[in-house]
Design a protein around this ligand. Structure first.
Ligand SMILES: [Mg+2]
Length: 181
């Protein structure tokens, strides 16, 4: 992990709910905006390590902008994301390509960069299907008990599966190393 930051070619798109934030801890106000939530065990440390290692991390999440502002300010994680792509702002939800195109544009990425982008998420119908159809690498975090993790069609089949956030670190390092070879 002490290698040069220029070595980090892999770009990480990442979901929020049940990927970083534990949805079972969410408290919403009367407008439906999340005003409190805790992180999944290991998620905050994983994000911090990836960020400090020099990886570009882009939030690609369905929900209301103010909800994400609230929980990432509360948990002190907002600065780890280089860009925010939020469905309320984009006007479409995953698996729409509009969400991934927004994150690409904000990070000045083009089609030839797709081979170095991964999408990390807990939802096979949104995160995994969206990434697979868009042509980027899909990583399923299957920690959540709240979602069906069994693919019912090829589009829903993740390229990689991890069971807790910490497992993302060695996988990202491996995929980043493979890019250089
Ligand atoms: Mg989610």
């Amino acid at each position: 992990m002490n290698r040069n930051k220029q070595d980090k070619q892999l770009v990480i798109f990442i979901d929020s709910g049940d990927t970083i934030i534990d949805e079972s801890t969410e408290i919403r106000n009367e407008e439906g905006i999340v005003i409190h939530a805790d992180t999944i065990p290991g998620a905050a440390e994983t994000l911090r390590t990836l960020y400090e290692s020099g990886y570009t991390i882009a939030l690609v999440a369905d929900g209301e902008l103010q909800s994400f502002r609230n929980v990432y300010e509360e948990n002190g994680l907002g600065n780890f994301f280089k860009t925010w792509t939020v469905s309320e702002v984009v006007g479409m939800q995953k698996p729409s390509p509009a969400m991934f195109e927004d994150a690409m544009r904000k990070n000045r990425l083009c089609d030839k960069d797709k081979k170095r982008i991964v999408m990390v998420g807990n939802n096979i119908k949104k995160d995994i299907t969206g990434a697979n159809r868009f042509g980027i690498t899909s990583i399923l975090l299957d920690w959540s008990p709240r979602y069906d993790m069994k693919p019912s069609c090829p589009d829903q089949k993740p390229d990689y599966i991890i069971h807790n956030p910490e497992e993302l670190l060695p996988l990202i390092e491996k995929l980043n190393d493979e890019l250089k070879n």
